[in-house]
Design a binder for this molecule. Sequence first.
Ligand code: FAD
Ligand code: SIN
Length: 528
Amino acid sequence: MVRQFDFLVLGGGIAGLTCALEAAKHGKVAVLTKRARSEGNTVYAQGGIASVLSKEDSLERHVEDTMIAGAGLNHRDVVALTVTEGPGRLNALVSLGAEFNRRASGEFDLTREGGHSKRRIVHAGDVTGREVERALLAACDEAPIEFFEHTTAIDLILDRAQPRGKGRALGCYALREDGAIETFLGKVTVLATGGAGKVYLYTSNPDVATGDGVAMAYRAGVAIANMEFYQFHPTCLFHPEAKNFLISEALRGEGGRLKLRSTGERFMKRYDERGELAPRDIVARAIDAEIKRTGDGYVHLDMTHLGKSYLMERFPNIYARCRDFGIDIAAQPIPVVPAAHYMCGGVVVDAHGKTSVPGLYAAGEVTCTGLHGANRLASNSLLEGLVFGHRVAVESAKELQAGVPSPAPPPDWDPGHAVPSDELVVVSQNWEEIRRLMWNFVGIVRSGKRLARARRRLDMLREEIRQYYWDYRVTRDVVELRNIADVAHLIVECATRRKESRGLHYTLDYPDVDDHNWLHDTVIQREP
Ligand code: FAD
Ligand code: SIN
């Protein structure tokens, strides 16, 4: 079956929905989501959205904080435009009905997180993402937008009549819930497929985060950058039954103290004068080092000095979830460990979200806009989704209005000789192996030797997965496995190329920053 739209948006998180809402003013829009339409990283966001909304703050300070966290690799022009457009985009979200905590005066109740020199995080309790996703979906329901849930984009379709690398993006092949593979065409196609936390064994991300957009774009010959900068959130709950529960950075922002499990010592000042409020890369590395040094397995985040009523009111979700796991955060410290959290690199886009392939745009966590540099500042991601989701819609609408070529329709999906699999164990085995090897060899602290080990294993696994992919009928598990393998490959390649330590990329072989040779992005592009 072939379906035709003006705007084909892959992803229903903050970036995809923001884009879809604006695009719906200009044409026929489809939004594809891999599972239920609200499922993605957005809905789990806790801390909030960074934006300059107080008189004590300034755009310049937000720019500087972002540049400092990003270890100077950020593109200053993109940082400036994102920060400047932030308050307007935030207010547009409020106009759609999103409700954030306010003080008695009516002003936003701004919280603080690591790396921010001022209070500038707008939040809805400790479930900001849930409120954002609710408000955006409610607005989408009032707009002419067609949703296709449980629909997994497999690969982009490019116009093959054009020379290699010049062909326009025409849409994608997508796997429906009933196993059918349909052709979705868009005059423009927008990747808003989010991150790839599932590449690592331990992650704060939900199951959908398998880096599909980056992998599809890479296979299509789109430029990808800075994949070595995978952000590890310092504090995920350490509990055998908690699969991926985040303990928000806002807890440290409001006074939470990191302590060693065995001695109770506060250790952060030994690593950075900003203590618990140092940027994330520093805090995650410090915790990792202390866990390895002491053999403790985890560290403690102590909130007990802040009092029960405050904690229950300010962090109701975290309080309740920890209680479910038998931890009363008002009476005992929270056991925490770092886990893979955010993909700072991704599909290279310009300031309007355009990729290197005509007709293909991207927004949100899937992209590398230049905003985050070598390490994302807390709560700058929802901000980026809002700003770039909107920019992509505006720019692509202009392109549509100017008139886009109408190439010959692409062929239907060809299943070849694929048969149903009788060896599903290959999928589960390889899935586990990739995630474990990425955790062990390409984690918070790297070395050339570890990266070479990871690369050798990945080469073998990717070949096996490639064979399996062509031999057997496509399922969502296989699509995701192929994608995490490709994303793992990109992380290892970028990490291997960067011969210095900067931001989130720390290697024992080159422990220092090398501004002379490495103050630039790591770009990878495959021959399409
Ligand atoms: P997502 O919200 O992840 O949406 C991706 C969408 O793409 C989903 O709809 C998914 O179904 C769809 N998709 C994926 N692959 C396919 C495919 N093959 N076919 C079709 N659809 C597909 N950031 C902040 O700024 N502040 C915070 O407080 C904050 N807290 C966080 C807490 C947690 C626990 C996590 C995990 C992240 C947090 N982040 C936070 C990061 C932030 O939530 C994400 O970076 C952001 O929400 C990403 O939005 P997105 O629209 O790019 O992608
Ligand atoms: C958090 O609440 O700690 C997450 C914030 C973020 O990832 O930006």
